[in-house]
Write a protein that binds this ligand. Sequence first.
Ligand code: SF4
Length: 344
Amino acid sequence: MSREINREVADILDKAADMVYLSREDALTLMGIPLHTAECYALMETANRMSRERFGGKGENHYHIGLNVEPCPLDCQFCSLTYKAGIFTAENKIEFPLDQVIAWAKEAEQYGADGLNLMTTGNYSFQKLLDVGRILSEEVAVPLVANTRDINHREGEALLEAGFVAAYHAVRLGEGVVTPLNREKRIQTIKVLRDVGLSWANCVEPVGPEHTAEELVDLMFLARDHGAAYSGVMRRINFPGSPMEPYGMISELEMARLVAISRLIMADVPDAHCTHEPHAASLLAGANLFFPEVGSSPRDGQADTGKGRGTGIEICQQIQREMELDPDLPSNCYRVKINLSVNS
Ligand code: SF4
């Protein structure tokens, strides 16, 4: 016997499916839905439907290349690349050779990746990132996305000139508390991206069990209100010895529930909806974008995460095909946007 779902929840889901922007109160009602309930599956079904209709069944793969491994003095507590973590030392620091980076980029292109996200630690030279961007934009046709420190307008224009079309830039959960960075400066960089014409890529991250509904919803609204090209949910991975270990980690199913809520909040703003690390559950809850990974990763104790936690592009595509998303369709991301929804 099927059972009716809560009327208030049903009304919010109907509103979201019509691409009406939800209020914070609506979002907090959704955050109160427990796993394994009819309301939770209805929430995921709504998110799934919204994404499959809007993204046309496309499975996106944005290939992450971490360019360097060295102890980062910024010491964000969830990151394995910090001085404090002590996993990587100044003596064993690595800048992956250009030949290796080009080979990874060509692999990404060969497998039909839809974006190439170049990540650096907080102390990596910005000039070198521009150089790598210039070289890769000659070597491959995959859209380049920078993942680097806060930047000003001049640096944003330099990224564009070097061939980048977008930048990944998250205001992280606990920014300013578990990181030394300033939330307002992070938001200022997001405005810089918009001003200079770079797409803004985002994720609500790194989510742990200790984060409150209000904190999570706050970042989901930030993404919608500043017109993110995509903004799903990534859970925190506690590397061995992480100072965040006492808090534990959320499950993939809980991540899927949050992916669904963020999908409803994003409405008609995004071109894709991400989750990380790659898994099937969120592909039934509105996610359609994975990040295959090589090179450095803030979640790994291995210098090259392609030999560690990182999931390769073939496996990412296989998971998507099993969930009836098609990675071979053209990407919906990084096209010129008209009428971008920006409310603030
Ligand atoms: S998350 Fe980035 S800025 Fe923070 S410690 Fe790690 S590499 Fe440095």
